[in-house]
Design a protein around this ligand. Sequence first.
Ligand code: FMN
Length: 198
Amino acid sequence: MTHFESRTSDHEIEPIFLQRWSPRAFTGESMPQAELNRIFEAARWAPSSYNSQPWRFLYARRDTPAWPLFLGLLVEGNRSWAQHAAVLMVAVSKKTMRPMGREEDVPSHSHSFDAGAAWANLALQATSMGWHAHGMVGFDMKRAAEELRVPDDYRVEAAIAIGRKGHKATLPEALQAREVPNGREKVGNFAFEGGFTV
Ligand SMILES: Cc1cc2nc3c(=O)[nH]c(=O)nc-3n(C[C@H](O)[C@H](O)[C@H](O)COP(=O)(O)O)c2cc1C
């Protein structure tokens, strides 16, 4: 068993996995580019099929010219709290890859899986540095593809807000009740020895 604040694992793990969670109350603190580079560096070392590294992170730091564009992509419910983040991102993945020795691209089976691994690395690195990352599907993906100039052979995966955690009292009342780390299914409900168990 491992504990971190309100979370307890059933089996012993590194505390960072419990420490990472997705708050909505952010302080509005900005992030220096050098710190963001360290967060991307962790994403860089994620594993991927054939080492194809299909992840791309399009981003804006607060108080920079691209910030309003990224903030404007979010649905209102997410914009209400993500406006106080330090960085907003849209994660995309390349749907095709070039196997070694081949002259043309072929479809990638695992581009989303691989980009997910990179996002997980990124979120854990952010946590280790005292920031929190919060994934979002609540944004206009079609407009994101257009306005961020995402080429056709890339899939828009998710938006991400990274910020310094603030006090939950700064949130609208409806969100305050949800501002607490949540729980998980038991391992036995998703890890099946020998084949799928319904
Ligand atoms: C791909 C992805 C999309 C998500 N979309 C949203 C969202 O649009 N709005 C939101 O408030 N939270 C969103 N979340 C946060 C999840 O609800 C949260 O990660 C989940 O409840 C587990 O909680 P934890 O991250 O605090 O451990 C998203 C998370 C992921 C990974």
